[in-house]
Design a protein around this ligand. Structure first.
Ligand code: BGO
Length: 270
């Protein structure tokens, strides 16, 4: 079977531009099964055995739009060999919100930080090593528009896709949320693929019924309500907001350690 790399990112991150760079004219366009959302695939330049699957642009894996449902179902059900996450480097905070969730899918993630020509022109500095360490994945800086960093990105993505490794999760939620997640995880253990158990536990904690309905019968019917409501009482907040707020806290800590914003005067403004 062909090795598949899924290309995922926020709308306007430069996904179409990168897809064209990665595949050249070797593309085929269709529709995702059952819906009228466009599906584009292509062979990776110089690697006839590797398929790049272009997912619809999405902001998160808690789907509200048809595009988000299509992208999430593909990632859960088709299990690509790797996810190439294109990130708009000028808009890190919003883009990393999706990245933190992609990292939970138990598939190697490669982050391509795009628009680096603009980041550099603005005088901003991104510490790729710190970003990669905090996210627990390979990070490559690129400009899809200017064809910069693409060769390095291809060689790293190919190596990751062929590695078959299940990546470690760097991000941990607060202690009580982690405790709740591991209780939920133990209830669905053996019923769902091991690499996806944490992802499903988070989604059940968020009361994501779309995901619950996709689970195998036994996992679909687990009762986790008392676990969730216990934490909600402790935190005086609803479960979905608890997860969202903790993600943004994590993202803030990444940005403050890896991104240095400079004003036109050259002084640090962050
Ligand atoms: C327009 N650098 C810069 N500077 N721009 C980039 C880069 C990069 O590395 N990569 C992409 N862009 P899509 P999605 C546009 O179309 O690939 C630009 O949604 C314009 N169009 O050229 O479409 C890219 O598929 C008029 O810009 O993203 C595109 O993810 C004026 O980012 C935009 C200015 O890229 C989105 C830009 C008529």
């Amino acid at each position: 079977m062909a090795v598949t790399i899924a290309l995922a990112g926020n709308p306007n991150a430069g996904k179409t531009t990168l897809f064209n760079q990665l595949t050249g004219s070797n593309q085929y366009v269709g529709n995702w099964p059952g819906v009228t959302v466009e599906k584009k695939e292509g062979k990776l330049k110089g690697h006839k055995d590797i398929v790049i699957a272009d997912l619809p642009g999405i902001y998160s894996l808690s789907p509200y739009t048809l595009e988000e449902v299509v992208a999430r179902n593909y990632l859960i059900n088709n299990r690509p060999n790797a996810i190439l996450n294109i990130v708009d480097g000028t808009n890190l905070e919003r883009n990393l919100y999706l990245s933190t969730q992609l990292k939970e899918l138990g598939v190697p993630v490669i982050m391509a930080i795009n628009m680096m020509d603009v980041v550099t022109k603005n005088g901003d500095v991104l510490n790729l090593e710190a970003l990669g360490k905090a996210m627990g994945c390979k990070v490559i800086s690129i400009s899809a528009l200017r064809n910069q960093g693409i060769d390095e990105l291809i060689s790293v993505a190919v190596a990751e896709a062929n590695s078959g490794a299940v990546p470690a999760i760097e991000h941990r939620f607060s202690e009580n949320v982690e405790k709740a997640l591991s209780e939920i995880q133990s209830k669905i253990s053996g019923e769902v693929p091991e690499a996806l158990a944490r992802f499903f536990a988070i989604k059940l904690f968020e009361r994501d019924d779309k995901i619950r309905n996709e689970l195998p019968e036994k996992a679909k019917n687990v009762d986790v309500e008392s676990i969730i409501s216990g934490i909600e009482k402790e935190e005086d907040d609803d479960a979905e907001s608890i997860i969202t707020n903790e993600r943004y806290k994590y993202i803030q800590s990444i940005i403050s350690s890896a991104y240095e914003k400079r004003g036109k005067t050259g002084l640090t403004t962050s």
